[in-house]
Design a protein around this ligand. Structure first.
Ligand code: UDX
Length: 448
């Protein structure tokens, strides 16, 4: 919405939420305190907040005065009831649709921005159409393909914009907004169901590439091949392409797992068991990859990490974001805590409160100095720098590819660690030869 406001100065954009604290944070004069860390977002807000971009809790009034309403609410995986663990929870979508139905005036275009199961638009349309009193609605699907950390550039230069719908006038109204900065041939128009399914399919294909390269990474480690050489060799085949072939600790983020599980659920619903099983394996491989990394850390450290201090570099699901949803670091750290490890975690953007929530345990009061002297209970603490985290540690685990971890002075890090010391580079972004030269044992993803 910020980018739309930035590019279309004649359009008034009002972002509304029931959560007053969150809206207040978006209105904070200090642009370094925005609730979402996203490179370049502060500059966009600096240009248009208060001009034609507003943040408000007056939901009903904003709906009443809007020509177009974007539904951008959460659709997490259901945790209980029918479809638990796989189906999307649509309660917030339904609640928003009801609120739009109640408050809208005249004709309103309702755009599905949240990623939704196929045919959700029909549900929204039904709810809207049940409202009487001279109101009318057109429902469009306009899935978002931006990736976190590069959201602003992805929005400013999208590969394509996808608009699904049945009402040509509504489609052109939305296309007209994107037309302010996106070339006409990049604005695709499809039917509603194709648009909804394209989003799930794009995420499933992207995640599948990551599971594919991670499966080959494990095989490379077993055979002496190097996954980065393999990725380069296959990526030069123009039919395969070089992107999304970076082996790592598995994919995280709010979308991939949720959307694939949703696809799996829908396939089963339509009786396509083999198709469901095929996509389910992409998630299974991802989970396995995360457990595999925790297991190999334990194995290399003489079969036990109980009471040992381990430095964890990075907790966000990828670099340049403070988002930890489904971060591979969560499962890996939980496995190591289960083994009784003392973790010293450092991440440039993730606060301690978030880590505590994700790990299901508060930080320990006292810093363990490692040395095997701690109790059998695993614990964790936040560290301010990689060197602080590494002090007294038996191993450093690189889990998120923040640029600063690629530039570490390994002499300095090795000097404060207990020997024999290890670097486990799950992202293959550290300077492995410098770490080796500093006397560390080094394991690199896809290389062994
Ligand atoms: C993704 C899709 O890219 C985006 O189009 C969609 O709108 C939302 O989901 P996002 O989750 O923000 O975006 O990040 P992305 O860059 O796709 O990375 C997802 C995960 O895959 C991260 O954990 C990342 O570290 C991992 N990844 C990505 C790899 O392990 N290897 C790669 O080569 C690429």
């Amino acid at each position: 919405m910020a980018v739309i406001a930035d590019r279309c100065s004649e359009i008034q954009v009002t972002v509304v939420d029931l959560n007053a604290e969150r809206i207040a944070a978006w209105n904070d004069p200090d642009l370094s305190k925005l609730p979402v860390y996203e490179p370049g977002l502060d500059a966009v807000l600096g240009r248009c907040r208060g001009r034609n971009l507003h943040f408000s809790t007056a939901v009903d009034a904003a709906i009443a005065s809007a020509d177009m309403v974007f539904l951008s609410v959460n659709t997490p995986t259901k945790t209980k009831g029918l479809g638990a663990g796989q189906a999307s929870d649509l309660r917030w979508i339904e609640a928003s649709a009801r609120q739009v139905a109640a408050c809208a005036r005249g004709h309103t275009i309702v755009v599905e921005k949240s990623t939704l199961p196929v045919r959700t638009a029909a549900v929204i349309q039904q709810i809207l159409d049940s409202e009487k009193g001279g109101k009318s609605f057109s429902v469009l699907s306009n899935p978002e393909f931006l990736a976190e950390g590069t959201a602003i550039t992805d929005l400013e230069n999208p590969d394509r914009v996808l608009i699904g719908g049945e009402d040509p006038e509504a489609i052109e109204a939305l296309a007209g907004i994107y037309g302010h900065w996106v070339a006409p041939e990049q604005i695709l128009r499809t039917n509603l169901w194709s648009s909804e399914l394209s989003k799930l399919t794009a995420n499933a294909f992207l995640a599948q590439r990551i599971s594919s390269i991670n499966s080959i990474a494990a095989f490379c480690e077993a055979t002496g091949a190097d996954v980065r050489e393999v990725a380069k060799a296959i990526g030069m085949d123009s039919r395969i392409g070089p992107k999304f072939l970076q082996a790592g600790p598995g994919f995280g983020g709010s979308c991939f797992q949720k959307d694939i599980l949703n696809l799996v659920y829908l396939c089963r619903h339509y009786g396509l068991e083999e198709v469901a099983a095929y996509w389910e394996q992409v998630v299974a491989l991802n989970t396995w990859q995360q457990h595999r990394i925790a297991r190999l850390v334990v194995t290399k450290l003489f079969g036990t990490v109980t009471g040992k201090r381990l430095a964890v570099l990075g907790f966000a699901f990828k670099a340049n974001t403070n988002d930890t949803r489904e971060s591979p670091a969560i499962r890996i750290c939980r496995d190591l805590l289960e083994e009784g490890a003392q973790l010293a975690i450092v991440d440039p953007k993730v606060p301690a409160a978030q880590i505590a929530k994700d790990l299901g345990q508060a930080p320990s009061a006292q810093a363990s100095d490692g040395g095997g002297g701690g109790g059998a209970q695993g614990g964790w603490q936040l560290a301010r720098s990689a060197v602080e985290a590494a002090a007294g540690a038996d191993a450093v685990l690189l889990l998120t590819e923040w640029a600063e971890f690629g530039e570490l002075d390994w002499e300095g890090v090795a000097a404060v660690m207990r020997k024999p010391a290890w670097l486990f580079d799950a992202r293959a972004t550290a300077d492995g030869s410098a770490a080796r030269a500093a006397g560390l044992n080094v394991w690199v993803q896809g290389q062994g």
